[in-house]
Structure formats: C-alpha cells, structure tokens
Ligand binder design. Structure first.
Ligand code: SF4
Ligand code: SF4
Length: 283
C-alpha cells in the first residue's frame, strides 16, 4: 500500500474510495483557486523553461538539490500528486464516477506545443453543474486553446475505449489529485511528453506513486519476442539472450501493465506490489 492508501484509503486503494472524488469542483473555493492557479501556471509553462530548470537543479550542490526536491515532493503531495493505475483500476474508477470530461493535456501542450486529448476530468457531481462548464469557467485560458473541441463530456464506455486505444500506443494511465486527496483527473502519459513522468523517472523528484502492482513474466509462455521491452517506459524489462526470454525487474517496474497489451503469448500478469518483497516498499 502506498502512503495515500494508508492516509486516505484506510488501508485500501485510495483511488478506489468514492469519498476521495469531489462532488463538484466549483463548490469548494480552495480547490477552485488551487486549480485555477495550477492551470494558469501550466498554460504559461514551456518545455524549454522546464529543461533549463531541471538542468540547473541537477547541477546544484547536493544539499540544495536535496532540499529543493524534498520541498517539491511535499508541496505536490498536498496539491497535485498522481499514481500509475492499470486499465482494470481505470475501469473500476469509471464504474463509480458520475461525470467524465475529456480535455487536452496541459503537459503535451507545454512540452510539445501540440494538442492531445489525453486528459480526463472526473467527478462524483450529480450533474446539475456539468464538469465541462466548471472546467471552462475555472480555466478559461486553457479551454480557449486552438483545439476547437474544448472540454467534451464523454460516456464511461467512450472514455474506457479511448484509454484502451492509448494503451495500445504505449501510454500508461494515471490518476491525479487537485488538493489531495480529492481526485479530479486521470491521464494517459508517456515519458517524453509528461512533466510528471520526467520529474519522477528522470530527475529524482517523484510527483507520482508507482502502481499498486508489479508485473511478472511466465517464463514458460514467453517466446522472447521482446515486444514488451519496446513499450516499457521505465526500463524495467531485460532480456536473456541465452534463455531467449524477457525478465522484469520488480525494483524498476511501475506496475502500469502496458507490457501486457503487446504480449501475444499472454505471458505477463500483474501481482500485488505488497506480495513482491523486492518491490513492496518501492513507491
Ligand atoms: S512480449 Fe511476451 S512473449 Fe514477448 S518477450 Fe515479452 S513476455 Fe515474452
Ligand atoms: S514492466 Fe512494469 S513498468 Fe514496464 S510496462 Fe510492464 S508493468 Fe509497466
């Protein structure tokens, strides 16, 4: 169990607890303000600034680097922290949320300049104030993007189908708080175009937990095709040329489950992280 499961999920997966999803973002002034501040900051962000800041941090003296990372992680845990979730848990989340809104991804926009509709707002709101309008009111600069679709209300089936398609392209799913533990968004991430993945994986500043799972291969079924290695964004899969089999390092695995979607031999399954001693305490 990650820290949030213990703090906000009473020992169960925190993101599967309905109480952690807000009724309506617009009804909480603190969340509104925090969300507005965040979208404004993201709308002004650029890939160049991000890389310059990260390079500066990497070259800073050890204690400065350590303090800066600690502060970032602490602040992000309070406001906007994420966790990797496999498709089964995405499906479970969609079973109980009431509203889903597809919107374009702030990270992609800032890092690549492109509009990619990979982000989803989720809410338990009863529907008297549609989430798309709330998003539109709270982040007008963002929704006024060149993408003419703006914020689209989608059904659970449409959202899930889109997550499955994106998984085939190698994107992994994540769930996000907007003022923790209130969960307001879900995304489909890939390392080069995601601030969070870059900070977490490449810059030693985790702003998302690993998934509650770890992948394992069934060595008898594996035929060594190496397709799984191609899609793993965390460098967790190695290959034994002698045995002609792939092998997953549980200490590197983020439990996204994406490798399963390309394995024609069905040789990969997810196991509870807690049951894998080598990975149980790595988040
Ligand atoms: S994709 Fe499946 S069969 Fe191919 S190497 Fe990976 S685990 Fe083995
Ligand atoms: S090995 Fe782990 S991190 Fe890599 S794709 Fe599979 S589940 Fe994700």
């Amino acid at each position: 169990m990650c820290e949030f499961c213990l703090e906000h999920g009473e020992g169960r997966k925190w993101y599967l607890e309905a109480k952690n999803y807000g009724l309506d973002l617009a009804s909480d002034i603190n969340r509104q303000q925090a969300f507005q501040k965040f979208t404004k900051k993201m709308a002004a962000a650029s890939g160049e600034d991000f890389h310059t800041r990260m390079e500066k941090l990497e070259n800073a003296p050890f204690f400065v680097k350590r303090l800066a990372r600690w502060k970032t992680v602490r602040n992000m845990k309070k406001f906007h922290y994420g966790q990797i979730v496999p498709i089964e848990d995405v499906e479970r989340i969609f079973e109980f949320v009431n509203q889903i809104v597809r919107t374009s991804c702030l990270c992609r926009k800032a890092l690549t300049g492109e509009e990619k509709r990979y982000c989803y707002g989720v809410s338990m709101g009863p529907g008297n104030r549609n989430l798309d309008k709330v998003f539109g009111e709270l982040a007008p600069g963002f929704t006024g993007s060149p993408d003419p679709k703006g914020n689209e209300v989608v059904t659970k089936e449409e959202a899930l189908a889109s997550f499955r398609e994106l998984e085939k392209e190698g994107l992994c799913h994540s769930v996000w708080t907007f003022v923790s533990p209130f969960i307001g968004g879900m995304c489909n991430c890939d390392r080069p175009d995601c601030f969070a993945m870059q900070m977490t994986v490449a810059h030693g500043t985790p702003v998302m937990f690993r998934g509650e799972y770890v992948a394992e291969t069934d060595r008898d079924s594996c035929d060594g095709c190496r397709q799984c290695m191609r899609v793993c964004q965390f460098g967790a899969i190695g290959y034994s040329a002698g045995q002609k089999k792939s092998r997953i390092d549980p200490r590197q695995c983020y439990g996204c489950g994406i490798c399963r979607s390309v394995c024609k031999k069905n040789a990969i399954h997810l196991k509870d992280r807690a049951r894998v001693p080598a990975a149980a305490n790595i988040w």
